[in-house]
Design a protein around this ligand. Structure first.
Ligand code: AMP
Length: 587
């Protein structure tokens, strides 16, 4: 497949804000890739999401805007100052390269035929280049690619490199588009009525049901490419199965403010569990092979050899998929430590064994998805807990244990367990519906979280500002954003207070540390202000949510303060507009 086809699809997508029109454009593009090989489908689906690696792979192209501008200069033959000038005019690198390549083309009349594979492979290669000279090599590889690109291709290559595609495809759009692509003969967008018109054997209602099944298939595989190749082979959507070794989306929890509200959702009896303050770990065992995934499905097996050993030693079944929370504790006192103390274990690539001794974790298992005989996500909670008793018959404190929980019959019984959980150093409690199933990817009422600090949100940094005077080496103010259901990132406030300038330890969130994290992510500059790839997620405390015309979300946070950096979470985990409406109403 030609890369041009994808670039033109991106261009079309970026020209509309209608979710239904985007769905139609994407559906027709997916119809075209249906005949391609499995490998091409994988590559195309990643590129469609603006990626060259799956979400759970922590590799990135890792190229800053400055270097990309140099590559543009070399590829188009325009001096760096000219490139800077055009960049200043557009404020966007994609449009900059498009204009400069266009100008060059008029002189040389050169046309190429970049394939999707050419682009994909070069971008993956950029990511693999590490070391002293890598920046130069990266720059020259990228400029070679741009030299053979048409203007519109260059625009989306650069945007992919900088992880800033700006075409707005949300997860739901992808799901709907796949459904239309496979289950209709034709699909068109009716602009006048903002509606989708489709023809084929399935009715509107049947298409809706198929969309739910496509969603389920995605939640079980966490990979749209797998869903597409499955359908391409003519297999039924009901055939999707969880298998030990490949991750599925984790089940998520809703937030409630009071026990009354929580129990109104779950009913009685309900299960109360400690809400541990660590990070999610989805554990797969297949004989001697163990795989550990974070909540964003990043494979962290290598970083946790201690957990791997504990599973091999204490889990009684040959195969299983279990779900839990890894919590750090102080090796001297045995006391639990808050998340930020162990967050560095997720990223650490060297001295892993030593770090495991210094910052040990205990895994608290609370659910079973596959018990070795059967996938049991569609069984109610008591059945899954029984399976857990068999899988981990004996708790091994400070290594691997079953999450502590009790059954409550009435609201009055909840308070003392809640206080006990907090006193033990946990974040709060989880309230679980006994009739609840395990719903991968679902944020449903079967799980409710309750914590005393209700007023905190996970938000992504979209912009930052360099400081003044003695703080001019650091970024000192950070713009924060939420996400709406279409995947648009909307700003909700700025934070700068609550941060130290520098600190000795690796945990404290400082201006220096945030600056270091954000610098490689810069994609645009305007005076002291920089725009960054939306990757760094902060946990923010605040006093109140107010309506505000200042930010694109229509809301602002009063007195926001940084609690910590959530490197275990991805953009999909940040607060949504729905959360904001709920919190605003509930104030
Ligand atoms: P939050 O991160 O605030 O959305 O809270 C939900 C998270 O709490 C889950 O994703 C888990 O990582 C974590 N958690 C801690 N203890 C439990 C538990 N007993 N059951 C389920 N999730 C838990």
């Amino acid at each position: 497949m030609k890369y041009l086809q994808l670039a033109e699809t991106f261009e079309e997508l970026s020209k509309t804000t209608s979710r239904l029109e985007k769905t139609t454009i994407l559906a027709n593009f997916i119809k075209k890739i249906k005949e391609e090989s499995e490998e091409t489908i994988e590559e195309t689906v990643l590129l469609l999401q603006g990626r060259v690696f799956p979400e759970w792979d922590s590799q990135t192209v890792g190229m800053a805007a400055k270097l990309a501008l140099k590559a543009i200069s070399r590829a188009t033959g325009h001096g760096e100052s000219e490139v800077e000038k055009v960049f200043k005019k557009h404020g966007d690198i994609g449009n900059t390269v498009e204009e400069l390549v266009k100008r060059k083309r008029q002189q040389t009349l050169f046309s190429s035929d970049l394939t999707l594979k050419d682009v994909f492979q070069t971008l993956q290669k950029l990511a693999s280049l590490e070391g002293m000279k890598s920046q130069d090599v990266k720059m020259s590889e990228l400029s070679k690619l741009l030299t053979s690109a048409k203007p519109i291709e260059a625009k989306f290559i650069i945007r992919t490199v900088l992880e800033d595609l700006r075409v707005g495809i949300a997860g739901g759009t992808m799901r709907d588009a796949i459904t239309y692509a496979f289950f209709t003969d034709t699909v068109i967008y009716d602009k006048e009525n903002n509606a989708i018109i489709h023809e084929g054997q399935f009715s509107k209602e049947e298409i809706q049901q198929l969309m739910e099944k496509v969603k389920r298939a995605f939640d079980l595989t966490a990979d749209y490419a797998k869903v597409i190749t499955h359908l391409q082979k003519g297999k039924s959507l009901d055939e999707f199965k969880l298998t030990a070794g490949s991750p599925c989306k984790v089940m998520l929890a809703r937030k409630e403010r009071t026990f009354t509200d929580a129990f109104a959702r779950t009913g009685f009896p309900a299960r109360l569990e400690y809400k541990y303050d660590g990070f999610r770990m989805q554990i797969h065992k297949k004989g001697k092979e163990i795989k550990l995934f974070t909540r964003r499905l990043e494979d962290v097996t290598k970083q946790f050899p201690d957990v791997e050993k504990a599973i091999l030693k204490h889990v009684t079944v040959d195969e299983c998929i279990i779900d839990g929370e890894a919590v750090g504790y102080d090796p001297k006192t045995g006391k639990y430590q808050p998340f930020q103390h162990i967050s560095k274990r997720i990223r650490r690539k060297y001295d892993i064994e030593a770090l495991a001794k210094e910052l040990p974790v205990e895994v608290n298992i609370f659910d079973v998805l596959y018990d070795g005989n059967k996938v049991i996500i569609d069984e109610e909670l008591p059945h899954r807990l029984l399976a857990l008793e068999k899988i981990i018959p004996k708790d091994i404190p400070r290594s691997i244990v079953k999450a502590k929980g009790i059954l409550v019959e009435k609201e009055e019984d909840a308070q003392s367990f809640y206080e006990e959980s907090l006193a033990a150093g946990n974040e709060g409690v989880m309230i679980k519906d006994m009739k609840g199933l395990y719903e991968p990817g679902g944020r449903v009422s079967a799980w409710i979280k309750m914590k005393p600090i209700m007023d905190e949100l996970d938000l992504v940094i979209t912009e930052a500002e360099w400081g003044n005077g003695k703080r001019s080496a650091w970024m000192t103010s950070f713009t924060l954003a939420v996400q709406d259901e279409d995947g648009n990132i909307l700003e909700i406030g700025k934070v700068g207070t609550g941060l130290k300038e520098i600190a000795e330890d690796e945990e404290t969130v400082t201006f220096a540390r945030l600056t270091e994290l954000l610098k490689p992510l810069i994609i645009g500059e305007d005076g002291k202000n920089v725009r960054v790839q939306p990757e760094i997620i902060l946990m923010i405390a605040y006093e109140e949510i107010q309506k505000s015309p200042t930010y694109s979300s229509g809301f602002a946070l009063r007195f926001p303060r940084v609690l910590n950096i959530r490197n275990d979470k991805s953009i999909d985990d940040i607060a949504t507009m729905d959360d904001i409406y709920d919190l605003y109403e509930g104030q």
